[in-house]
Design a protein around this ligand. Structure first.
Ligand SMILES: [Mg+2]
Length: 397
C-alpha cells in the first residue's frame, strides 16, 4: 500500500529560538555554540541563524573560525532546557495530526499521515496547516518534505530551507532523486563518495543506472542498500520504538591534551554525565562508543557492545577506559573526547534483578543523582574529578 510520510525539520532551531526570545537579535547573525573567547575558543558552532550563514558560518565549524568570519555576530551559549521545552511543544502538536510519529532528534520528526490526511483535506493542505500551526504556537518556521517513504521525505525537507515545503508524488520519486549528488544517500560519506566518483557515479541518477550486481560486487551488502535507495525504495515504517538512537556527551579540551591522567578524569566525567542522562530518561544502552579527535582533527570512534544494557557510570567508565587504552594515537595530543551509548532500551525493567556485584556502584550513582537534582549538575563530581570541563556540544541544523 502506498504511504504518505512527512519529514518535519525546524529551521536553524536553536538560533531561531534565541532570536524569538530576544527580539533585538532578529535579522542579525546569531551563533549558538561554545564561548568564542575572542577567537581563541576551542569548541564548535552548534547552530547559527541564516543571517550568520551569509558570512560562511555553519554548524560544526570550529567557533574560532566563525569568529574570524564575523567577530560582530551575536555569540550565545546553548540553553538546552529551553530548546527541549519548545521541542516538546512542537512534537505534541505533530502528534495531534497523526499517532504515527517518530522523533529523530530535538528538532525533527517523521509523521506517517497515510491514515489521517483525508481528515485534513489531503496531503498538501495538511502540510500547509502543520507549518501554520507550528508558526502560530511557537513563532518558528519548519521545513517539510512529503514523500512515499522516509528516505525521500528527509531529502525533500532539506531542499528549500528555510520555511520550505517540497512534495514528491508517488510516481515522481526517481525523477526527483536523479539529479541529486550521491552524498545525499544515507551511508555515502566522505570515504565512499570518492570511490563512487572514480566509478563515474556523481548523481543518484548515475547510481540508479548501475546494475545491482556491480554495486554488490564493489560495496557488498551496502551496495544493495545503495541500489535500493537510488530507486527511492525504503520500506521502513515510521515508528517510535527507537526514538532515541543514542545519547552522548563530548568535550573539547581547552588546550590539546597529552596528559593520560587528565584524559582519564575527563572520560570519567563524561561517563558520569552520560549515565546520569540515561537514568533521568530511564533508558539503558548496550553499545558504548568512544570518540577521539586528535590535534590534527582526525577523528576516530571505537565501539564495544555489552551482553546487557547498562546505565551505570562505573560500567560505562570501565568500558570507555578500555577502548581508550587500546587506542593507538602514536603520541599525538587529544583535542576532543566523547562517549556515546546506543542500542537503547526503554524502562526500568527486571534487569535490576540480574545485575551483578554488591550494588555499591548503583548506590553511589543514586546518591549522586539526588545531589544533582537538588543542587544542579555542576554541584557534584567524583573525588578524582577536580578540573573544569567545557559543556558538551549539540549540533543541529
Ligand atoms: Mg533543523
Amino acid at each position: 500500500m502506498s504511504r504518505t510520510i512527512l519529514h518535519i525539520d525546524m529551521d536553524a532551531f536553536f538560533a531561531a529560538v534565541e532570536q524569538n526570545d530576544h527580539p533585538e537579535w532578529r535579522g542579525k547573525p546569531v551563533v549558538v555554540g561554545s564561548d568564542p573567547q575572542g577567537g581563541r575558543g576551542r569548541g564548535v558552532v552548534s547552530t547559527c541563524s541564516y543571517e550568520a550563514r551569509r558570512f560562511g558560518i555553519h554548524s560544526a565549524m570550529p567557533i574560532s573560525r566563525a569568529w574570524k568570519l564575523n567577530p560582530e555576530a551575536i555569540y550565545v551559549r546553548p540553553r538546552g532546557r529551553r530548546y527541549a521545552g519548545v521541542s516538546r511543544q512542537v512534537m505534541d502538536l505533530l502528534s495531534s495530526f497523526s499517532p504515527d510519529i517518530e522523533q529523530l532528534s530535538i528538532d525533527e520528526a517523521f509523521l506517517d499521515i497515510t491514515s489521517t490526511q483525508k481528515l485534513f483535506g489531503g496531503t498538501e493542505a495538511m502540510a500547509v496547516r502543520i507549518k501554520a500551526e507550528i508558526r502560530a504556537q511557537t513563532n518558528l518556521t519548519a521545513s517539510i518534505g512529503v514523500a512515499p517513504n522516509k528516505f525521500v521525505a528527509k531529502i525533500a525537507s532539506d531542499l528549500r530551507k528555510p520555511d520550505g515545503l517540497v512534495i514528491v508524488p508517488e510516481g515522481g520519486v526517481e525523477a526527483f532523486l536523479a539529479p541529486l549528488e550521491i552524498s545525499r544517500l544515507w551511508g555515502c560519506g566522505p570515504k565512499t563518495v570518492p570511490v563512487m566518483q572514480a566509478m563515474g557515479i556523481f548523481t543518484i541518477g548515475d547510481l540508479a543506472a548501475r546494475s545491482q550486481k556491480e554495486l554488490v560486487d564493489r560495496f557488498g551488502q551496502t551496495g544493495l542498500h545503495f541500489w535500493r535507495l537510488a530507486r527511492g525504495l525504503d520500506e521502513r515504517p515510521v515508528s517510535d520504538a527507537h526514538t532515541a538512537r543514542s545519547m552522548s556527551h563530548e568535550t573539547t579540551f581547552m588546550t590539546d591534551c597529552g596528559d593520560e591522567e587528565e584524559m582519564r578524569k575527563t572520560l570519567l566525567g563524561l561517563c558520569d554525565d552520560l549515565a546520569y542522562d540515561m537514568r533521568r530518561h530511564q533508558v539503558r544502552g548496550r553499545t558504548i562508543t568512544l570518540k577521539i579527535r586528535l590535534a590534527d582533527f582526525s577523528t576516530f570512534t571505537r565501539s564495544h557492545s555489552l551482553e546487557r544494557a547498562t546505565d551505570s557510570s562505573a560500567e560505562l567508565y570501565q568500558q570507555a577506559l578500555q577502548l581508550f587504552s587500546s587506542f593507538r594515537r602514536e603520541g599525538q595530543r587529544v583535542r576532543l573526547l566523547g562517549v556515546a551509548l546506543s542500542q537503547l532500551q526503554q524502562g526500568e525493567g527486571q534487569m535490576e534483578l540480574f545485575r551483578e556485584g554488591d550494588g555499591r556502584s548503583e548506590k553511589v550513582d543514586s546518591i549522586m543523582d539526588d545531589v544533582r537534582k537538588k543542587f544542579g549538575a555542576g554541584a557534584i563530581s567524583r573525588a578524582s574529578l577536580l578540573h573544569k570541563r567545557s559543556d558538551s556540544q549539540w549540533i543541529r541544523e
